[in-house]
Design a protein around this ligand. Structure first.
Ligand code: SF4
Ligand code: SF4
Length: 54
């Protein structure tokens, strides 16, 4: 399960760009991960430059 620290997210969009399951949605208020779509590949965690995803 992916946990988001919204206060660390700079809204760069890198994570949603690499997600193979299209599970990450960037909203105006922040980031949302659709846990039902997520296949726990870890790509978003690796690519995030601010460590907002764990
Ligand atoms: S762990 Fe993989 S499938 Fe899940 S949100 Fe991150 S990039 Fe997408
Ligand atoms: S890669 Fe990190 S900083 Fe960029 S939108 Fe995703 S969570 Fe936010």
């Amino acid at each position: 399960m992916i946990t988001i620290k919204q206060q660390l997210c700079g809204q760069c969009g890198l994570c949603s760009g690499v997600c193979p399951a299209l599970a990450i949605i960037l909203h105006s208020w922040g980031l949302e991960v659709d846990q039902d779509k997520c296949i726990s590949c870890g790509k978003c965690v690796t690519v995030c430059p601010t460590g907002a995803l764990t």
